[in-house]
Design a protein around this ligand. Structure first.
Ligand code: SAH
Ligand code: SF4
Length: 361
């Protein structure tokens, strides 16, 4: 098999009908065999497609990590319930609104509320927070990333005004899923949640960690097949980074290399998707964000959480939470993005087809 990047449209179509074996071959090829010239051609193709739909715009989202409490025990995560060394905190509704207010003044028009699966945040409490944000900032989008819940719960949160939901599927391979999670968590339920969210009307984000323990080119091919089937509006991928209090401590030294290649392949396969250059990418590579944007990513998510708590939202080791990753470093980040040839965009930044819909209303 010979992969050709001469025509991006052809490669995009090929990725959209390739079977698992072919996808596996393509991913392996770009991760292991492609020379510098081919890798650069891949990035250029991804970039061209990004610009076709989103121009040079890079969307800004304000990230609020509002609770580090979690009832789950995902084996890879520093916030898992059994980690007795984790510092737990929980913001009040008022603190969350104050952070949004500060973010609004900085220009943000999307707030991403993320937390562990914290039972304290019942539907009633979370709905109340979402509706208060929407009432005070009606021109803003609210994205939730609070894990697996029932259809009724997702429905109630949507009715309160939540617009988007991020729930990485983590891996679309059953066996791999079982190696990363305890038996009470299942890929089947994860997928059910994602389809339910889409059905309710959320803009939905799936995704996975890159180089996670036991990941193979086969499991990655399975991820691509699942993403193709789900057609999410957003895809979050970032390098797996070991956490010292997990069984994967010191598993291996994380790098940005594979994430950058996979960002480009995903952009080419699903050209309209919103694709963040994640904090994890910046954590493993000081130039990670810029490289990510040049590889096809078009979203950044600076941290709006209160500075005093940031270090305690420790899902992996050495997470960066200052400088350009933080709201305080916003002008620096904007400057970096301009220097890289892009345009910072503080609008809501909906999925492109939905932007057109709202403009034509
Ligand atoms: N509790 C929610 C949201 C917070 S965790 C949930 O699980 O969906 C957000 C994401 O962090 C997870 O989806 C996972 O992909 C990522 N993550 C967890 N541990 C990580 C690690 N060690 N390295 C990199 N990413 C990690
Ligand atoms: Fe909890 Fe999410 Fe971490 Fe799993 S990944 S332990 S659900 S915070």
């Amino acid at each position: 098999m010979k992969l050709s990047l001469n025509n991006t449209g052809d490669f995009s179509r090929w990725l959209n009908c390739a079977d698992k074996k072919e996808l596996c071959y393509a991913i392996r090829y770009f991760c292991e065999d492609a020379d510098a010239e081919e890798q650069s051609a891949l990035r250029l193709s991804a970039n061209r497609l990004q610009q076709k739909y989103y121009g040079k715009r890079i969307y800004f989202r304000g990230l609020l990590e509002f609770s580090s409490c979690c009832k789950n025990n995902c084996y890879y995560c520093g916030l898992r319930k059994s980690n007795g060394s984790a510092t737990r905190y929980r913001l009040t509704g008022k603190e969350i609104l104050d952070c949004c207010q500060a973010g609004y003044l900085l220009g943000f028009r999307t707030f991403v509320l993320q937390s562990g699966e914290d039972r304290y945040f019942t539907d009633a409490r979370l709905c109340c927070i979402v509706s208060a944000i929407k009432e005070r900032f009606p021109d803003c989008a609210v994205t939730l990333s609070v894990g697996e819940r029932s259809r009724e719960s997702y429905q109630a949160l949507f009715a309160s005004g939540a617009d988007r939901y991020l729930l990485r599927h983590e891996t679309a391979d059953e066996e791999h899923y079982g190696k990363l999670h305890p038996k009470e968590l299942s890929l089947q339920n994860r997928k059910r949640c994602l389809y339910t969210l889409k059905d309710i009307g959320y803009q939905v984000g799936a995704g996975f960690m890159v180089d996670s323990p036991y990941q193979t080119y086969e499991t990655l091919a399975e991820d691509f097949l699942f993403l193709r089937e789900l057609e999410p509006h957003m895809i979050g991928i970032g390098p797996f980074i070991p956490h010292k209090d997990t069984r994967f401590a010191g598993f291996y030294h994380p790098s940005s290399q594979h994430t950058l290649i996979l960002l480009s392949l995903i952009r080419i396969m699903l050209p309209k998707v919103l694709l963040p250059a994640t904090t994890a990418l910046s954590t493993v590579d000081p130039l990670g964000r810029e490289k990510g944007l040049k590889a096809g990513a078009n979203v950044v998510m600076p941290n709006l959480s209160p500075a005093a708590h940031r270090k305690d939202y420790a899902i992996y080791d050495n997470k960066v939470y200052t400088g350009e990753e933080a709201a305080e470093g916003l002008s620096c980040l904007s400057h970096q993005i301009v220097s890289a040839g892009f345009t910072p965009d503080f609008s809501r930044g909906d999925y492109i087809d939905l932007q057109k819909e709202s403009r034509s209303k």
